[in-house]
Structure formats: C-alpha cells, structure tokens
Design a binder for this molecule. Structure first.
Ligand SMILES: Nc1ncnc2c1ncn2[C@@H]1O[C@H](COP(=O)(O)OP(=O)(O)OP(=O)(O)O)[C@@H](O)[C@H]1O
Ligand SMILES: [Mg+2]
Length: 319
C-alpha cells in the first residue's frame, strides 16, 4: 500500500543542565530576567512526527513516503532516512531556512525550558498533494504540521478522493472549530489520544456517536490503559503490553501509529492493527528517544505472540 506521511520534520536539540532552574530565578527581578545556563550535554536528534512514524514503518519492511518541508540543514538526515528505506522524494528543501528545531534544556528536577522554531515547516502549506509524482497515494496520514498545511491536505484529499487518516493531535489548539470539523468529516479515520479526543468533541460540539458516523473508524490511545477502536457498529479496547522498563515515553504515540499502519497496509483487521501498535509502543518506551528502539520483523512477531493471537497472519511479515 502506498502510504504518504505528512507532518512536521524537525531536529531536537536536547540539553541537560546539572542544577535547578528555580535556584537561579530571582522573583524580585523578573522584569529584567536574564539567564544563561551552561549545560553539560547536548545531542541533536533528527525527529518530527512524520520521520518518527516513518521510522517505525521501516522496521516492518515498509517503504513510506514523506511529504513535508525541511531546511538546508536537512541533507544529512535525508541520507539517514533513505538508508533506512524511507522514500524522501516528497520532501522539499526550503532555501535559506533551517529545519524546524526544538531546543529544550532540562534540569535535575526535569523542569524544562524550551523553544520551537518552525523554520521550513512554515512553508508546508505551499506544497500540494496534487504535485506528488507517480500514482496517487492509497492512504495519506495528516499529522501535526503547519496548521494551514493540514487544512490544505484535508481539502486536497477530499478533492482527489484519497482516503486520509486525520491525526491533528498537538495541533488541535491551533486549528479552528470549523477546520477540525472539516478534517473529521469524510476522514477514513481519526487518530488521537484520550485528552485530544475530549478536546475534539468539545471544540466541534460533536458527540462520540456523531464522530463515529463521520468516519470509518477512530483510534483513541489511552496511555497505560491501552487503546480504543470505535467503528460505526462496534468498539474494542486493546490492552497494553507492559514494557520491561520505561526509559523515555517520547514518541510512544508515533510508534503506536507506525505499528498500526503497518498492519493496516497489509489489510489486516483493526484489532490486529492496534495490537501491533501496542507492541511497537512497548519497544519505544524501553529506549531513549522516538527512534531509539529497533526490532526485526521476526523479533516483533515473537513478542506479539507472547500477548496476542494473530491466527498466523503475521507470518507474512517474516517471509
Ligand atoms: N505506560 C505504558 N505502558 C504500556 N504501553 C503504553 C504506556 N503508555 C503508552 N502506551 C502505549 O502507547 C499508546 C499511545 O500512548 P498515549 O496514549 O500515551 O499516546 P500519546 O499521548 O499520543 O503519546 P505522545 O506523547 O507520544 O504523543 C497506548 O495506546 C499504549 O498502547
Ligand atoms: Mg500523541
């Protein structure tokens, strides 16, 4: 299945301060606040929603296509992604811009001071899905990105009759009530966590039943309580796979989506897809960062079968 992933591409600059920010904030001098923290470590990790989900799909042998904007500093990351089997032909480099960058400084209490610079992501709305070369995609994922771009891709999928999964997540506060409703209406599926599902209902005024009528299915992830799949006439709750340890929750939602989509690309039933998402999420939780985990399809299938029953379907992943 030709899956096109739209969403942010970013670099994460992660720093650690070996002290406590609160010890250096003078409440009586806030009007001339001036602070600089000498940090003891910094890593630059390539990330962003679309590459994170793509990474997980490649672990299953899929070759997803990214459709997004990145800056002049992206070239090295493109090689890495291509090396892993991601089709980067749909990524447009924006001259004179940096790739979207997230700068986060964390102290010993896990307090964080962060800034996000959208950079090239701000140009994502200039891209048109109609300009994608080759056959039209069989499925488009619309994940957090420049809000104008998300609105445009929804409209273009509808115009061209391309099934899309609406995954507005972190960008819900930046979309208007009408834009959210437009995104939902006619989507193949809605993909959100529990809190976001509440926000979507609140903002659009739609009930769970009305959302079920508008989409083929909805997937709502519930953190350590698992996930829920709503279809028009039935629903199912999928329990979690308890990870061996929780090292870092970053990227767990993206890992779930990657596992889910790889099942979906095989045409498997939604429960099996969500179970695959659950297992991929457990792998992600055990390692640092959204792309720190890894597994071969055979390892994945063995682990899956410790918890769930696929009636032999996952054999297809191994051959
Ligand atoms: N503590 C946990 N133990 C086991 N599995 C978990 C845990 N937390 C999350 N998961 C798995 O990951 C899935 C997605 O988690 P969650 O609902 O927290 O996503 P999210 O809030 O979108 O995460 P993100 O912060 O990455 O955006 C869950 O449905 C579950 O399968
Ligand atoms: Mg999320």
């Amino acid at each position: 299945m030709e899956i096109v992933l739209t969403g942010s591409i970013a670099f994460d600059y992660l720093m650690k301060f070996p002290g406590y920010f609160k010890d250096h904030i003078l409440p009586d001098n806030l009007e001339c606040l001036s602070l600089s923290f000498l940090v003891e470590s910094m890593v630059r990790e390539p990330g962003g929603i679309a590459p994170n989900i793509a990474y997980n799909l490649t672990l299953f042998g899929e070759r997803p296509r990214l459709f997004a904007t990145a800056g002049e500093d992206f070239a090295v990351h493109r090689d890495v992604l291509e090396g892993r089997g991601v089709d980067t032909s749909g990524i447009k480099l924006i001259e004179g811009e940096f790739t979207a960058s997230f700068f986060a400084n964390t102290d010993l209490a896990n307090s964080q001071i962060a800034s996000f610079y959208p950079g090239a992501m701000a140009a994502a709305a200039n891209l048109s899905l109609h300009d994608l070369e080759g056959d039209p995609p069989e499925l488009v994922l619309i994940s957090p990105n420049d809000p104008r771009a998300m609105v445009r891709y929804v409209a273009e999928c509808k115009e061209s009759g391309i099934p899309y999964i609406y995954d507005p997540s972190q960008q819900i506060p930046r979309l208007s009530d009408d834009e959210l409703r437009e995104g939902l209406d006619g989507a193949l599926a809605l993909f959100v966590n529990k809190y976001e599902f509440g926000m979507v209902q609140n903002r659009t005024g739609l009930s769970v039943d009305e959302i079920r009528e508008m989409t083929q299915f909805s997937v709502v992830t519930l953190g350590e309580e698992g996930s829920l799949i709503y279809q028009k006439d039935k629903q199912a709750q999928i329990p979690v796979v308890v990870p061996d340890k929780i090292t870092d929750p970053t990227g767990v939602g993206d890992a779930f989506r990657g596992g889910f989509l790889s099942g979906y690309a095989h045409g498997w039933d939604l429960e099996l897809c969500a179970q695959m998402g659950t297992v991929a999420a457990a792998y992600c939780l055990e390692q640092e960062g959204p792309q720190g985990h890894s597994f071969t399809p055979a390892e994945f299938v063995d682990r899956y079968r410790l918890h769930f029953d696929d009636r032999g379907k996952l054999d297809e992943l191994i051959v």
